[in-house]
Write a protein that binds this ligand. Structure first.
Ligand code: 5HU
Length: 145
């Protein structure tokens, strides 16, 4: 299974330790196409422009998104890029799981929470220490479908 993981980069890297935890668990279910999002070496400047710049990043990521069987997004730290990826994923009719930590005291955008439809687009509130269990439960249900 190919999994596209979304997490904030230029939107701020405060949650990178959580992304790391999620990506580690996701690896037990398949190939994570966007592993770099969870790298602690990646700062809020984003990937090295030498790779070909923003157009390269955008086109590569959209290509990965098209290939993906599933999209998992950590949406607690607001990020334009993650919002964009989710909108495109909906358009491609991908199955999406969004994870949001209520402990952040933030209120998730209505454009994400309000997009929930139970079948293709699921929003799950969780605590950091529940990350692995929440994913386990999600993938178990996925197998039953
Ligand atoms: O360098 C990058 N590499 C990259 O893959 N992205 C993608 C993956 C992330 O899920 C998302 C983050 O968007 P943003 O940088 O606006 O927070 O965009 C975003 C950037 C920088 O915007």
């Amino acid at each position: 299974m190919k999994i596209y993981f979304c997490g904030s980069i230029r939107g701020g890297r405060n949650d990178v330790h959580v992304y790391r935890r999620i990506v580690e668990k996701l690896r037990s279910y398949g190939t994570v196409l966007t592993e770099h999002v969870s790298s602690s070496e990646l700062t809020d400047s984003g990937e090295d422009a030498k790779t070909g710049g923003d157009k390269f990043i955008h086109d590569r990521d959209m290509d990965w998104l098209r290939q993906a069987d599933l999209v998992v997004a950590e949406v607690t730290q607001p990020s334009l890029g993650v919002g964009y990826e989710l909108g495109r994923a909906i358009d491609m009719r991908k199955k999406v799981l969004c994870l949001f930590r209520l402990s952040s005291q933030r209120t998730l955008s209505a454009m994400i929470r309000g997009a929930e439809d139970r079948e293709l687009f699921v929003v799950r509130d969780y605590r950091e220490d529940e990350a692995e269990n929440v994913l386990e439960e999600f993938f178990t249900n996925l197998r039953r479908m």
